[in-house]
Structures are given as C-alpha cells and as structure tokens.
Design a protein around this ligand. Structure first.
Ligand SMILES: [Zn+2]
Length: 96
C-alpha cells in the first residue's frame, strides 16, 4: 500500500490533525474499562475510535498553530460518544 500524499506542492500538511483524536483516546482510556465483557481486539478498538471520531464534529488544527476556537464538546459528550460507539461495535463487530 502506498502512503497517501500529505502535502500540497511544497507545503507539508501531515501535522494537521483533528483535535478530537487526542480527546477521543483519553475518553477511551476512561470509558472502555466500564464495559468489561466487550471485545477489545485490534479491530474493535480501531472501530470504536473511528466511529467516535466520525460521530463528533471535526476540529482540524495546525500543530503549534493558533486555535481559532476551542472544541465545543464537553469531555462528558466525548465520553458518551465513546459509549455509543462501543455499543454499536459490539452489536455488529467486523469479525466473527
Ligand atoms: Zn473484536
């Protein structure tokens, strides 16, 4: 698999990240232990992460750049989004 291009002409864009990536990871560390019987294989954890990011409005920022506005979601909202994603992934896991 070739790596996708992450630059425009000479401008490197690989440091543009969705601010929610870190917030979702932090919320996952807190929330996943609540669901003791859930499957946390690589496939399910990746699906939970992607489903949660897709359920939240994106906040792309330039690393080290000015933050024009802060993410409006409260930590509680991000944690609830993780809980919803866990339920969805466990109902229909991408594996048998
Ligand atoms: Zn699994």
């Amino acid at each position: 698999m070739t790596k996708p291009k992450r630059h425009y002409k000479t401008t490197k864009l690989e440091n543009i990240r969705n601010r929610n990536e870190g917030r979702v990871l932090a919320a996952m560390e807190k929330v996943l232990p609540e669901f003791k019987t859930a499957c946390y294989c690589d496939i399910c954890v990746a699906d939970i992460y992607a489903a949660t990011l897709n359920s939240l409005p994106a906040h792309y920022v330039q690393h080290g750049g000015i933050t024009l506005r802060s993410a409006p979601e409260r930590n509680e909202d991000v944690e609830n989004a993780v809980r919803d994603s866990i339920r969805i992934v466990q109902e229909q896991p991408n594996h048998t």
